[in-house]
Design a protein around this ligand. Structure first.
Ligand SMILES: Nc1ncnc2c1ncn2[C@@H]1O[C@H](COP(=O)(O)OP(=O)(O)OP(=O)(O)O)[C@@H](O)[C@H]1O
Length: 290
């Protein structure tokens, strides 16, 4: 495993040295940034997403919330086409994610739930960011990748540390490197899975500034969060999942003590909305609204 990763890194290093100009992201297709209808995902016999209907317009910033295990990460993965769809459909910019070739992947960025970005391999920040320019049939970064990677690191305030090993970065700095890896694709749609979790205050504020700038530039944001925190001012709405159902789609919750608890379900009234679900939701069908 480490051997394979080392080979990939050597490959990336060689590719970085050869590159010359910035790749242009293809224009996204037609349709809203995200649209799912009756989206159902199951692992074995266990349904995890149960008929999710979600629409996110181009340029919107939406929080995806819910307790542990409610299906938030699975929804992002279904949108990225990396978990199988049992029924229903998911479209990005109008393209069905299961028909992979039609999706404008180069316009879509993904920041996964925090993992050690170095994963035991002595990668520099620049090399990690360069990985954002590979994948989906592109085996090495295109021309101009080095400049693009440095620009992305500059956006997250880490250009001066481009050649340092991410193994010595703080958790928040590692998270910013992962965001730079997504930004280097110049995405029109950015999916982020708990970007603020376990991150120091300085990095939280830096990330809020970065995401606010992206939103101002028209980037669509879907952000998994347990609490809105520093991102509250830029979010247009919140979608709350419970047991794979959407149980709230509307105003973001007001900040309150306990919202950051991982098992908090955000089921009480949020802003101008009525309570989202009854205390005993019908898990086999649509939850009944009061
Ligand atoms: N590859 C998998 N195989 C089997 N079960 C899975 C798989 N991925 C996720 N699950 C299960 O699906 C459910 C939803 O997981 P998911 O990671 O989407 O939850 P989440 O809402 O993101 O939770 P958290 O807040 O803890 O990150 C969980 O019960 C989890 O164990």
């Amino acid at each position: 495993m480490v051997g394979e990763l080392t080979i990939v890194l050597i490959f990336l290093r060689m590719a970085l040295m050869k590159l010359r100009s910035t790749p242009a992201a293809p224009a996204p297709g037609n349709g809203p940034a995200i649209r799912t209808e009756g989206l159902t995902v199951a692992f074995g016999a266990t349904p995890v997403l149960r008929g999710v209907d979600l629409s996110v317009a181009d340029g919107e910033a939406v929080a995806l919330m819910g307790g542990n295990g409610s299906g938030k990460s699975t929804l992002l993965k279904a949108l990225l086409g990396v978990v199988p769809v049992a029924s229903g459909e998911a479209r990005l910019f109008g393209a069905d994610v299961t028909a992979r070739r039609t999706v404008p992947w180069s316009s879509i960025g993904y920041v996964p739930q925090r993992v050690g970005v170095g994963a035991g391999v002595p990668a520099t920040a620049l090399e990690v960011v360069a990985a954002g320019l590979t994948g989906h049939r592109r085996l090495r970064p295109g021309a101009g990748a080095r400049r693009a990677c440095l620009d992305a690191l500059d956006q997250v305030g880490l250009a001066d540390r481009a050649h340092e090993s991410v193994a010595i970065f703080s958790g928040g700095q590692q998270q910013r490197v992962l965001i730079a890896r997504a930004l280097v694709r110049r995405p029109r749609l950015l999916l982020l899975d708990e970007p603020l979790s376990g991150v120091d205050q300085v990095s939280k504020e830096a990330m809020a500034r970065i995401l606010a700038q992206l939103q101002a530039d028209g980037t669509t944001l879907l952000v998994v969060l347990h609490e809105l925190g520093e991102l509250a001012p830029l979010l247009d709405r919140a979608v709350v999942l419970r047991h794979g159902h959407i149980v709230h789609d509307g105003s973001p919750p007001q900040p309150a003590p306990g919202h950051d608890a991982p098992d908090h379900e955000h089921l009480h009234p949020h802003g101008d909305e009525p309570a989202a679900v009854p205390s005993a939701p019908d898990l086999h069908g649509k939850p009944q609204r009061p």
